[in-house]
Design a protein around this ligand. Structure first.
Ligand SMILES: N[C@@H](CCC(=O)N[C@@H](CS)C(=O)NCC(=O)O)C(=O)O
Length: 253
């Protein structure tokens, strides 16, 4: 089974796809792309959309982490990504949908906001990647990519503050699913791979890690993505972090 996965290094949904390929024991080649450039490359490669992960497998093209989960399950049912029990499967699918539609994007916005403020950490997110040009050159020419990515992802002050306000509630939901046995059980499922990468990415940010590390969500991330690449030193205004400390009333707009 020939497989090629298009990724942006340290992209959380792309890491999800990679983990699921490994879970299935499917050998694959990886094409590492710079953000923004990735959009043109995946279109040129024949995909209908502009995002990663994008997977060519067995002659078909599949884009999107949830779509990839289903295609892998169809092509190679064992070991499964979804539980056989219908009730548990429905819960796993809801957690997976939440991970894709609700959890991924605020973290993407917070990371781009931080990188917009200080681009240097971007280097650490590309560790081990093969982006086709030396990392020094990529860093020297990163400013337009950062500006476009921040705009494309609406990583402005307003959205960053909204993301921080939402984060405790999002983490609570992950912890609840872990307590209910939907996440972090045995074997790992598609929702584990979907959600753990977002938590792993969040924990690379010094601003966010203290609010996560003592939670069950952190155990899931440490189990599934113990070596998530990248490190972003604290850069968010401390008053914006009030919701993470549990004192939203001290955070007036
Ligand atoms: N929800 C989609 C999200 C895909 C997505 O937005 N991927 C980002 C990377 S995390 C992307 O390709 N962005 C284009 C860019 O940064 O230029 C999924 O799970 O596949």
């Amino acid at each position: 089974m020939g497989a090629r996965l298009y990724v942006i290094p340290a992209s959380h949904p792309a890491t999800t796809a990679e983990l699921m390929l490994r879970h299935k024991g499917i050998a694959y080649k990886r094409t590492d792309l710079l953000p923004v450039v990735s959009k043109g490359v995946v279109r040129l490669a024949g995909f209908p959309g502009i995002t990663v992960p994008a997977l060519k497998i067995d002659g078909s093209k599949v884009q999107g982490s949830r779509q990839i989960a289903r295609e892998l399950e169809r092509l190679r049912p064992e070991p499964p990504l979804f539980p056989a029990d219908p009730e548990l499967r429905a819960a796993v699918e809801e957690a997976e949908r939440f991970g894709d539609e609700e959890l991924q994007h605020p973290l993407r916005q917070l990371l781009w906001w931080a990188v917009k403020r200080d681009k240097e950490p971007l280097r650490s997110y590309s560790e081990g990647a093969h982006i086709g040009i030396p990392i020094g050159l990529a860093m020297a020419t990163a400013a337009p990519i950062i500006a476009l990515s921040a705009r494309f992802n609406e990583a402005d002050d307003e959205h960053a503050r909204r993301a921080l306000e939402a984060l405790p509630g999002l983490l609570d939901r992950v912890d609840e699913w872990i307590a209910a046995g939907v996440l972090n059980g045995d074997p790992l499922n598609a929702a584990d791979f979907q959600i753990a990468t977002s938590i792993g990415l969040a924990m690379t940010m010094d601003d966010l890690r203290p609010a996560i590390e003592s939670r069950p969500a952190a155990s899931l991330a440490k189990r599934v993505v113990p070596d998530y690449p990248g490190h972003a030193p604290a850069v968010l205004p401390p008053e914006w972090l009030a919701p993470l400390r549990g004192d939203p009333e001290t955070s007036p707009r």
